[in-house]
Design a binder for this molecule. Structure first.
Ligand code: NAP
Length: 285
């Protein structure tokens, strides 16, 4: 048996096309266009490339984006002042502070400054709390993309056993909570977990977000399971690979995401989705 491959790039393209049509519709009736503000402090090369990708994605669906590039040596109060200006600007719907911040800047304080109604990265404590209370709020983009991929692949969560390998605040923990909110029975594994293999082998749904190339092979997977590989690792030969050994896992799983073309393209798509939701929740319709 070979698993069905869940191509995130295909789903992301479909979703972006749907959003583009919504934006075209707004434009055709002369409405204001949604706008995402991205605040970058410093010149981290990976961050510069990520924000370019975000700007390009906004252009693709026809929404506005504004980039605020602060100096590497900017102060905490410079950063918070810029965030507050964006909070107050009625033409801005979503605000994203690109992480990590340069040394000396306090991430928690910066995130707390964002208006929770514009917090399209879902990292403000109010939105984190809402996720954990199963109340409506902004959900971080990668975890939201994971659930969307599973749903569109026809996964029925109710009463299913799910295992999340990794418990980071950006990926593993919110994914686990979202799965629980969908009524799955969830176990979280981390670096102190004994015998991850036997726990994972019991699961109908396995989400892997560890950051270790090809850590998970077929011996960790139950026949027919849904496997979502969030990991992105650069191999010595320059190729990208996930946390799963794809060729091995696909022989036993029912459904599996590849790397690249799996979870990655969904992350920015969910940022666009959250920005659209922020716009419409302001009553712009
Ligand atoms: P992270 O913050 O480094 O967290 C890694 C987690 O894995 C930790 O909870 C750690 O446990 C756990 N872990 C480490 N070794 C383990 C092992 N041998 N067995 C079980 N658990 C283990 O990483 P992250 O930010 O969650 O990212 C994880 C991966 O996803 C990375 O490859 C990253 O590049 C990728 N990623 C992709 C996207 C995307 O859009 N595709 C977005 C975000 C991240 P402890 O808590 O005990 O240390």
């Amino acid at each position: 048996m070979s698993a069905e491959i869940i191509y995130g790039n295909v789903l992301a393209k479909e979703m972006r096309e749907e959003m583009k049509q919504e934006v075209d519709q707004l434009r055709s009736v002369g409405k204001r266009i949604p706008c995402l503000a991205v605040i970058l402090a410093g010149n981290n090369p990976a961050s510069l490339s990520y924000i370019k990708g975000k700007e390009k994605a906004c252009q693709q669906i026809g929404i506005d984006s504004c980039m605020f590039h602060l100096d590497e040596n900017c102060s905490q109060s410079d950063l918070e002042k810029k965030i507050r200006e964006c909070n107050e600007d009625e033409n801005i719907d979503g605000i994203l502070v690109q992480l990590p911040l340069p040394e000396g800047l306090n991430e928690d304080r910066a995130l707390k400054c964002i208006d929770p109604k514009k917090d399209v990265d879902g990292l403000h404590p109010e939105n984190v709390g809402k996720l954990f209370l199963n109340k409506k709020g902004f959900v971080p983009c990668t975890p939201k993309g994971v659930i969307e991929l599973l749903k569109r692949a026809g996964c029925d969560f109710d009463g299913r056993r799910a295992v999340v390998i990794g418990r980071s605040k950006l990926v593993g923990s919110p994914v686990a909570r979202l799965l629980q909110n969908e009524n799955a029975t969830v176990t979280i594994c981390h670096s102190h977990t004994k015998d991850v293999r036997s726990i994972s082998k019991e699961a109908d749904i396995v989400v892997v977000a560890v950051g270790k190339p090809k850590l998970i092979d077929a011996s960790y997977i139950k026949k027919g399971a849904y496997v979502i590989d969030v990991g992105v690792n650069r191999l010595p030969d320059g190729h990208l690979c996930g946390d799963c050994d794809f060729d091995s896992v696909k022989e036993i799983a029912g459904y599996v995401t590849p790397v690249p073309k799996g979870v990655g393209p969904m992350t920015i798509t969910m940022l666009l989705k959250n920005t659209m939701e922020a716009y419409f929740s302001k009553g712009e319709r």
